[in-house]
Design a protein around this ligand. Structure first.
Ligand SMILES: Nc1ncnc2c1ncn2[C@@H]1O[C@H](COP(=O)(O)OP(=O)(O)O)[C@@H](O)[C@H]1O
Ligand SMILES: [Mg+2]
Length: 361
């Protein structure tokens, strides 16, 4: 953790407007792994691995706008965590040759906060709103007027005497990111001219992500090790990069420094990444579904409570991958474990003969 060095980094010590604005604009990205991630982020669209559909669509949107000399339509990016939404927002600004302002739904507590951010934008800038589905309703309403008419109505006064003064904004491009596109109210969703949905990555794309990251980290990653890490990364570049750093740790401390297949196996074992790449939450959810609810169907909230998690976390973080891997299915009556889930956990499914599934020895 960096020490607060300059006078405006200690929260509350400087009550200036600038400080407040800084907080609003940057607090969406305060991930502990931010620095490590930032170093590995592709900077241009052509470096962005995989996602051929979204990349192609986005490339068209950006080039068409650049040819016309106008800022592009607003862009909404949706998909599970770690698939490249923030990276793409940064790429959009870089490709357009403009700057990026970053904020997030939870960072904006009052519509006034958002009005301040919007009115500080300059012509053609990209405003990235992470977790846009978590914007409070008044801020959301202000945002869609701003996106549609490039205007904010600043309310002056209170009660019956209050009046709204329209303030026109420069043309900007909003880039929203969400793990739950379905939660965005239609009026807001409709203001985005383009929506890109990011899918889980194929293993060979993750392998390319890993080889690229290794090159940037200045380490030599052997191909079989890259393939092994890729296949255990939950279809997610963020996880692939994280596992790569853990394999490098293992190689440095317990191995001979080489990032080969045996280092990969050993490190993945230490970090309890199973052969499908399921992490602790995935396994907890799956195990609860099988052992506490007899394989379901069970409602999302009940399932989430039983593993001590927020329903939103289970729904956006664990579920998409479990569904993609065919371990969990969504039915009208709730979540159900598939036969493959029982098999993966080496548990006895209630309705199947016992000889099929021996317990682990
Ligand atoms: N297509 C990609 N190619 C290479 N690296 C990627 C790609 N997508 C994501 N990453 C890496 O994965 C990490 C997480 O990506 P990020 O954009 O922060 O995901 P999100 O915002 O969707 O949670 C970043 O370090 C980024 O470098
Ligand atoms: Mg992000």
């Amino acid at each position: 953790m960096a020490e607060p060095t300059s006078e405006n980094q200690v929260p509350g010590s400087v009550a200036s407007e600038t400080w407040a604005l800084d907080r609003i604009v940057t607090s969406g990205a305060d991930d502990i792994e931010r620095a490590a991630e930032a170093a590995l982020r592709p900077k241009r669209l052509e470096e962005f691995v995989g996602q051929p559909v979204v990349r192609d669509q986005l490339s068209l949107v950006l080039h068409a706008a650049m040819n016309r000399g106008t800022p592009p339509d607003h862009v909404l990016l949706s998909g599970p965590p770690g698939l490249g939404k923030t990276t793409l927002a940064m790429i959009i600004a870089a490709e357009l040759g403009t700057s990026l302002r970053v904020t997030s739904g939870p960072a904006i507590q009052h519509a006034g906060d958002l009005a301040a951010v919007l009115s500080s934008l300059t012509e053609g800038e990209v405003l990235f709103i992470d977790e846009i589905h978590r914007l409070a309703r008044p801020a959301e309403e202000l945002l869609y007027v701003a996106m549609e008419d490039f205007r904010v109505d600043v309310v002056v006064g209170k009660g019956a005497g209050a009046s709204a003064i329209p303030l026109s904004l420069p043309r900007f491009t909003a880039v929203g990111a969400t793990t739950r596109a379905g939660l965005l109210p239609a009026p807001l969703r409709d203001r985005f001219g383009f929506t890109g949905h990011l899918e889980f990555y194929e293993d060979d794309d993750l392998e390319r992500v890993l080889l690229r990251s290794a090159r940037l980290l200045g380490v030599e990653l052997e191909q079989p090790a890259a393939a092994e890490i890729a296949s255990r990364s939950r279809g997610t570049p963020r996880i692939a990069n994280r596992l790569l750093r853990r394999v490098r740790d293992w190689a440095d401390v317990r191995g001979d420094g080489r990032l080969d297949i045996s280092a990969a196996h050993a490190a993945l074992k230490v970090y309890e990444v199973d052969e499908l790449g399921l992490d602790r939450l995935d396994r907890a959810v799956l195990r609860a579904l099988c052992t506490r609810f007899g394989g379901g169907p069970v409602g999302l909230t009940t399932l989430a409570v039983s593993v001590g998690e927020e329903p939103e976390t289970v729904e956006t973080v664990a579920e998409p991958f479990l569904v993609r891997e065919g371990l969990m299915a969504r039915s009208p009556r709730g979540r159900v474990a598939t036969e493959q889930a029982w098999r993966h956990l080496r548990l006895q499914p209630p309705e199947l003969p016992g000889t099929l599934f021996d317990s682990e020895d």
